[in-house]
Structures are given as structure tokens and as C-alpha cells.
Design a protein around this ligand. Structure first.
Ligand SMILES: C[S@@+](CC[C@H](N)C(=O)[O-])C[C@H]1O[C@@H](n2cnc3c(N)ncnc32)[C@H](O)[C@@H]1O
Length: 304
């Protein structure tokens, strides 16, 4: 046996030791991650989760990327866990769950979006391909009825993004009237549109009522979550300069609303979207405003 054989054997033994160590770490951790994987997912500013939109995502216009869902799933849940999305849209949360072997149920008020979610779900991995007997359910209903479908303490993780009160309507009006020819209308690839005329649609509620109704959802969400479980809300802050309100801190209002119904405000992640958006000239030449090119992920946890 020559020297190179000895080196190869030694490095194989080290490699096997490392693999065994990682295996034990994965068994020990609540989310099935090794210490190395855990550390690599622990950054609090994300700028690498955006991805090009497919036809389903273009139909909706206000979706989050499946990559973002998958990262949250890896961090806050393990395989076979139950995941929930109260504002399902066209189902990005379910697709992430299918890809990473979690069960998922979501509620969506708009029947067209619920239908699209159902189609995407089937197209993503086809019927009969689910060998682990996982469950995926799209419910076309108001999320305030979530307790009709889910029993207490069943959900490990919620991932969601609510409408942002009636700010969408304001942006649509703004684009129609004020920014007909400005950069706002043409840049950022954004397709701002109202979700529906339904009075139960959170996108039609004025901000104070919106926060009140979100509290109802947060409270029921708390009840169906297992002790120790997590709830992640992807949101954006806003401005209402027309009414002289320079900054509406939605992410902190949401965090407070969650705490008032029992959640612990556990973490805050910044989703940096500046690479996907062009800078717009705001307030020039009299008042300086920054461009709001990031979203926040407010993470709640239920005490054990
Ligand atoms: C920001 S979008 C969510 C998009 C989703 N994350 C995705 O990637 O497809 C918010 C969704 O909440 C829905 N919605 C509004 N009010 C609702 C309610 N009361 N119950 C359930 N869904 C509602 C809207 O129709 C819209 O599709």
C-alpha cells in the first residue's frame, strides 16, 4: 500500500465521521437541520430569494416567491409538519410545501385565485406522485372561518402575506390619476390591481379596521398553532403622503397586534428587493423620502 492509499483512507474516515455527526445533529434538531445548515440559514437580510414569475404568478400580481416559502419551511418546520396560509392567493405556500414534503392547508376568499391554486398544485407534482400520503387543501373561504377547518394545536408553521388594507386601491387610483406618465406607472414591473370588490376582502378595509380584523385572524391562528410553533407574515410598510402621513409602520403595528392576542414577537427578517426595483424620484425638490424597496417578515412564536 502506498502513501496516497493511506491518505485516501484517512480522509474517507474523516468524511464518514463528519457525515455521522451531521446525521445525529439532524435527528436532534426540531427542524431536521445540521448545525452547519442551521448557521447558513440564519442571516436576517435576504436578497437572493426573488425569481422570475410563471403564468400562475403573473395572473395574481402580488405573490411571494416559492424560494422564500422554502427557506422559511427549512428554518421553522420539519418534513411531514402541518403548514397553514390564511391568505393563500394562488398557492405559493402550498407549492413550497409540496416541494419539501410538508402538509399544507390554505384559505383564499377569491374563487378565481382558489381555482388557480388548485390547478398549480396539480400541475406542480401531479396526482398520485405523493408517496408520503401528504395532504394539500385549498379552501375557498374567508380566513376568519379558519377554525371551521382546523382543530386547536395542529399547525406547526404559518406562512402568509395579507393584503395591505385599502392601500392597493389608493395605489391604483394614484397610478390612474397622478402618475399617468411618470416612472411610477412604468417601472418596477409591478401590476397593481385590486383583489376583488368583496366586502370581506381585507384589501378593501381602511387601515384601522384592517388591523382590527387582522387581530381576529392572528388570534384564531394562535389557537390552531402547536405550542412552540411559528407564524411568519410577509408585509410592507407604507406612506400616505396625500394625507400627510409620511410613514405607516405596518410591520410594527402587526407585531403589536400579534402580541396583544398572545403571540411572542420572535424575529424580524428583511427581504431586500432593491435589485428588482428601479429607484423612483419621490418628494423632489422639497421633501426627501427613501424608496421602500424591502419587505419585512414578522416572525411570531407560540410559547411552550
Ligand atoms: C398578498 S395576496 C397573497 C398571495 C400569496 N402569498 C401567493 O403567493 O399567492 C393576499 C390574498 O388574500 C386574499 N384575501 C383577501 N381577503 C381575504 C379573506 N378575508 N380571507 C381569505 N383570503 C383573503 C386576496 O384575495 C389575495 O389573494
Amino acid at each position: 500500500m502506498d502513501y496516497s492509499d493511506t491518505v485516501t483512507k484517512k480522509s474517507r474516515a474523516i468524511h464518514e465521521d463528519d457525515e455521522e455527526k451531521e446525521f445525529h445533529q439532524r435527528m436532534k434538531s426540531f427542524n431536521g437541520l445540521s448545525a452547519k445548515e442551521w448557521a447558513s440559514l440564519s442571516m436576517n437580510i435576504w436578497s437572493d430569494v426573488s425569481s422570475p414569475r410563471n403564468d400562475f404568478q403573473k395572473e395574481h400580481g402580488a405573490v411571494y416567491p416559492v424560494k422564500l416559502v422554502e427557506r422559511l419551511l427549512l428554518m421553522y418546520s420539519r418534513e411531514l409538519d402541518n403548514v397553514f396560509d390564511p391568505f393563500l392567493g394562488i398557492g405559493s405556500t402550498i407549492i413550497g410545501c409540496q416541494n419539501l414534503n410538508r402538509n399544507c392547508i390554505g384559505t383564499e376568499l377569491n374563487p378565481e385565485f382558489a381555482q388557480l391554486a388548485q390547478q398549480w398544485l396539480v400541475e406542480n407534482s401531479g396526482i398520485f406522485q405523493n408517496t408520503l400520503n401528504l395532504k394539500y387543501l385549498v379552501v375557498n373561504d374567508d380566513c376568519r372561518n379558519l377554525d371551521k377547518y382546523i382543530a386547536k394545536n395542529k399547525i406547526s408553521l404559518t406562512i402568509t402575506s395579507p393584503p395591505y388594507a385599502d392601500f392597493i386601491q389608493k395605489s391604483v387610483e394614484d397610478r390612474e390619476k397622478v402618475h399617468k406618465t411618470s416612472l411610477i406607472k412604468h417601472s418596477n414591473n409591478s401590476t397593481v390591481k385590486q383583489y376583488s370588490d368583496n366586502e370581506d376582502d381585507f384589501g378593501n378595509l381602511p387601515y384601522p379596521e384592517f388591523i382590527k380584523q387582522l387581530k381576529v385572524v392572528l388570534s384564531k391562528n394562535y389557537e390552531i398553532t402547536k405550542p412552540g410553533g411559528y407564524s411568519c407574515w410577509v408585509v410592507k410598510d407604507h406612506r400616505d403622503t396625500k394625507n400627510k402621513i409620511p410613514y405607516i409602520p405596518f410591520h410594527s403595528d402587526l407585531a403589536r397586534a400579534g402580541e396583544e392576542v398572545g403571540w411572542k414577537f420572535h424575529d424580524l427578517i428583511i427581504w431586500d428587493q432593491s435589485k428588482q426595483r428601479k429607484l423612483i424620484l419621490l418628494g423632489y425638490p422639497s421633501i426627501f423620502y427613501t424608496n421602500q424597496n424591502c419587505s419585512f417578515i414578522v416572525v411570531f412564536r407560540k410559547f411552550i
